[in-house]
Design a binder for this molecule. Structure first.
Ligand code: ADP
Ligand code: MG
Ligand code: MG
Length: 927
């Protein structure tokens, strides 16, 4: 098929060439001209060049649309003359006359932007009909009923779409006529009934517009073209573009296409079909068609349309031709096509072709199949899959069989994919209470706020009545991997009665009722629907495509995992290492918290006493006892932590494990100040608080900080109270020795957080290397090996990365802190407060905690360059949450990081995104 047939010259009166025509096997446009001709126009031109049967017509360009608005909603000078010329050409090609009563040419007027877009003007069919041309149409076809049906459709469509008449009035009139004539379906109305309906419709138009329905075909055309342009700035279209980030200045094209009639009898028909099943990806024609019907009937579901396979029985020759055309178009566009066609008295016409929308499962299967069929390359397959698709495939889904029988409550926005089943609760506190007693819940709110987070975290899914795709509920749900249906406007949620009701379906539910949410479609169902779990192991096509992604990507994909189970899961998903193992939980769980608290109570005193000893000063008995109490707690912790690290090393055998030394401020391991104060005060009132409680309170007070996130944490903590990081270092290295002894291959990397000045790192390093030497000395013949590195998460650290690199073998960008500190936001306060509003109002383009901000990325780039200047082999990664976000991964590729690290369930997405980033930057280089 030819793609680049040069546009033939077309003389024009307008200052620019605004019109591209097609017909008789040639076209002035082609598939490459989507910007100018829109998707529909480009597709029609391309199909015509390819020799496929299309009805002749022409496209008025998107540029005309933009100039129309630039001129204050006036057709550019000369354009109308050019339209008249183009109509003449269509008349010649079809041997019919526009407005000719003897042999009338009828056309459809169709909007068509570059991207197929809801909110654009609906198509008007049968334009050119009036009382006179109708007679001609009836004489020519010998079918009176057909003529009157075409005419009433035209008045109905033109009235609603172009003249803005309330469409329901026509529907009511149609229903009234049907019941008056005892007709069940539209097709049961005879010519006389339709003729009566035409009168009714004209009356409706007159009453609501104050004028007669336009008879002159040219006036009809003029109004329809302007209506298409106007729809570009209609509210729905504008909202959609805003939501999808589509530019306002693309404009829409207008397509004027010779009508072909699928409603001329049983040898005629119309349909929509996909070249493969868009749900499963199976390679079969998938679609519906209706005999004796016009285009909109299939889509509107006026009659239940049979499956396309029925056409094979009804019209075998046409079906075979259609199948051949489908395959040809698929090969040509190298993608699954969504086709619209009409059969007029046994002749097939193609009316539209475009790349088909598809489910995640279909996207992956089609991509994999097309590589196997030799249609596309592995690179194309990888580039074509949306990261969201991968995410979706790893979430539980509803069993399709169960969905069919399900009662639908409502539909909202598909904010975060996955299937959630639970009992409805209407507050976050209730969610937590119910979950604690073993229930599964779905949290239903009008909208969510940060105060609801605890409820969202324990719920199976989240349902809100208000808020869009960037609402709090949607953003948080995606982040924590929960299904979410947001902005379900038809749902009236009542907190007072703990119930909700859909104004559309009328279905209601109350607290405790089971409901099911499909976050992929935005649908809410009654009851507990059966789900099927989406096991990665059971998805060979996905694994195949991700395998190709692995061949393509440059960056490694590691994971953030704190426990052996998480590490194992991530490894199953393809993680190539641990980029961040947080050790905090090792201080918190079970018996440990008590031990840690015990140590913290005396940590400062013991550290001071130890310093005295180191300086050769005497210590008293109390100090000696303090040191003993501290050391004995630390020794217990060391043993426990060593066990933890052995588990992680075993799960990640042979792969690098970056372990971050303790990061949070110590107060996080102690009870909350207010609670302890209340406890002690109450106890005092009741006769006296225990010494232990009073000591604890005193410690909490002494550790209290105004801004703990900017206080004694990270490497600062290690420098002030070195024992915490010393025992961690010993535990890591002794774990390594133990695993090596049992035949494993543990690869240890010790990471020091929150470094802002090189001295912080060099001092810490000296401290820890002394421990390492001691461990090594005790290890005998087993070789202890490890690397020291740091997190770059304080802006000063990034600015002085050249100095810091002297003492680090690797950098890992902690972009959560780096974003906080670069913006000067406290994340918890910002996301809970003004940040979402900032994004909504466009003050910030995106939430910088979700997608890496360019300035933060710039800071990283500086650190990368400075770090590598000092140490060319410096290993560079990212371990902030951005490491699992595709847009951020693209920035990491551009910066030149060696790997990204993300939570286990994001690993497959990151593998794909990293490959896509590599492809994009290769394309960039080729430019
Ligand atoms: P949409 O963008 O909503 O798909 P289309 O312009 O493709 O709008 O058309 C809507 C319906 O009208 C489709 O079923 C299409 O096949 C039919 N249609 C459009 N133009 C013609 C035509 N010239 N002859 C017959 N049917 C048409
Ligand atoms: Mg269409
Ligand atoms: Mg940090």
């Amino acid at each position: 098929m030819a793609t680049a047939s040069p546009a033939t010259d077309r003389s024009h009166r307008a200052a620019k060439r605004y019109i591209y025509a097609w017909g008789e096997g040639t076209a002035e446009g082609n598939a490459g001209m989507r910007d100018l001709l829109g998707g529909k126009g480009a597709g029609l031109a391309e199909m015509t060049i390819a020799g496929l049967p299309t009805p002749p017509g022409f496209t008025i360009t998107t540029e005309a649309c933009n100039d129309y608005f630039a001129a204050g909603e006036q057709l550019p000078d000369g354009l109308w003359d050019d339209v008249l010329d183009a109509v003449k050409e269509v008349e010649r090609r079809t041997a019919k006359g526009f407005g000719d009563p003897a042999n009338p040419l009828l056309v459809s007027v169709r909007s068509g932007a570059k991207f197929s877009m809801p909110g654009m003007m609906d198509t008007v069919l049968n334009l050119g009909l009036n009382a006179k041309t109708l007679e001609g149409l009836i004489t020519l076809t010998g079918n009176e009923r057909f003529g009157w049906d075409a005419y009433r459709r035209f008045i109905q469509m033109f009235g609603r779409i172009v003249l803005d008449v309330d469409g329901e009035q026509f529907d009511h009139a149609l229903e009234a006529s049907k019941s008056a004539h005892g007709a069940k379906q539209d097709t049961d109305l005879d010519a006389a009934a339709l003729r009566g309906l035409v009168d009714d419709f004209r009356g409706i138009v007159k009453a609501s517009t104050g004028r007669d329905f336009p008879e002159d075909p040219y006036e009809q055309l003029d109004l329809a073209i302007k209506a298409v342009f106007a729809s570009w700035f209609g509210k729905r279209a504008r909202d959609y573009r805003k939501n999808q980030g589509i530019a306002d200045d693309l404009g829409t094209a207008v397509n004027v296409v010779t009508m072909v009639f699928g409603n001329m009898g049983d040898d005629s028909g119309t349909g929509v079909a996909f070249t493969r099943d868009p749900n499963t990806g199976e390679r079969v024609l998938y679609g519906e068609y209706l005999t004796n019907a016009q285009g909109e009937d299939v889509v509107a579901g006026i009659r239940t349309a049979p499956k396309i396979a029925q056409m094979e029985t009804d019209m075998p020759a046409v079906y075979a031709e259609f199948q051949r055309i489908g395959q040809q178009l698929e090969r040509h566009y190298r993608d699954v096509q969504d086709l619209e066609f009409t059969i007029e008295r046994g002749r097939l016409y193609m009316l539209q072709t475009r790349s088909a929308k598809r489910t995640a499962a279909a996207a992956v299967r089609i991509a994999a199949d097309m590589v196997d069929e030799g249609v596309i390359s592995k690179e194309e397959a990888v580039a074509r899959i949306e990261p969201a698709h991968v995410d979706q495939l790893l979430r539980d889904q509803f069993d399709p069989a169960g969905l069919k029988a399900a009662v639908r409550i409502a539909k909202g926005l598909n904010a975060s994919p996955g299937a959630a089943v639970g009992r409805a609760v209407f507050s976050a506190d209730t969610a937590v209470e119910w979950v604690e007693r073993g229930e599964k819940v779905v949290l239903v709110r009008v909208e969510t706020s940060p105060d609801d987070f605890h409820g969202m975290a324990v719920a199976q899914g989240i349902l809100t009545a208000r808020g869009g795709a960037t609402s709090h509920a949607a953003v948080v749900a995606r982040q924590i991997g929960k299904p979410c249906v947001a902005g379900c406007a038809e749902l009236v949620v009542e907190y007072s009665t703990k119930s909700a009701r859909s104004t559309e379906s009328g279905v209601a539910f109350a607290e405790g009722d089971w409901i099911s949410l499909d976050g992929a479609t935005g649908t809410v169902y009654q009851g507990a629907l059966p789900t099927v779990s989406a096991r990665f192991e059971d998805q060979p096509e996905l694994r195949k495509v991700l395998g190709w992604a692995d061949e393509i990507r440059r960056m490694g994909v590691w994971t953030n995992a704190d426990k052996p189970e998480e590490a194992a899961q991530a490894r199953g998903y393809g993680a190539e290492g641990i980029g961040l193992c947080r050790t905090e939980h090792m201080f918190r769980e079970g018996e440990r918290l008590e031990i840690v608290r015990d140590a913290i109570l005396v940590a400062n005193a013991a550290t001071r006493a130890k310093a005295k000893i180191a300086a050769g000063e005497p210590v008293d008995a109390e100090e000696t006892a303090t040191i003993e109490r501290f050391d004995s707690a630390m020794a217990k912790l060391e043993v426990l932590q060593q066990g933890d690290f052995e588990g992680i090393f075993r799960a990640m055998d042979g792969l690098p494990v970056v372990i971050r030394l303790i990061d949070p401020p110590l107060h996080e391991f102690l009870p909350n100040l207010e609670e302890q104060l209340v406890k002690v005060t109450r106890a005092e009132d009741a006769g006296g608080a225990s010494e232990a409680d009073k000591e604890l309170l005193a410690t909490i007070k002494s550790l209290h900080e105004q801004n703990p996130m900017l206080g004694l944490r990270g490497c600062r903590l290690g420098l002030m109270i070195p024992d915490f990081v010393k025992i961690q270092t010993r535990a890591i290295l002794n774990a390594q020795i133990a695993v090596k002894r049992s035949g494993g291959n543990p690869i240890a990397k010790i990471m020091i957080p929150l470094v802002g000045h090189v001295n912080e790192l060099s001092r810490t390093r000296a401290l820890l290397e002394a421990e390492a030497k001691a461990v090594e000395a005790a290890a005998g013949r087993v070789k202890v090996d490890y690397k020291f590195g740091t997190m770059i998460e304080v802006p000063r650290g990034a600015l002085t990365a050249d100095e810091i690199a002297r003492d680090a073998d690797f950098f890992s960008f902690g972009t959560n802190d780096l974003t906080q500190m670069t913006f000067g936001y406290s994340r918890d306060d910002a996301e809970g407060g003004f940040l979402l509003k900032y994004v909504e109002d466009g003050i910030l383009p995106v939430n910088p905690f979700q997608t890496l901000d360019d300035a933060v990325a710039g800071l990283m780039k500086m650190a990368v360059d400075k770090g590598r200047a000092t140490k060319p082999g410096l290993e560079l990664g990212i371990c902030g949450e951005h490491g699992g976000d595709p847009a951020s991964i693209a920035k990491c590729e551009a910066i030149g990081l060696d790997y990204v690290s993300c939570s286990p369930f994001r690993v497959p997405v990151a593998r794909l995104a990293a490959a896509q980033a590599a492809l994009a930057s290769a394309a960039e280089r080729d430019k």
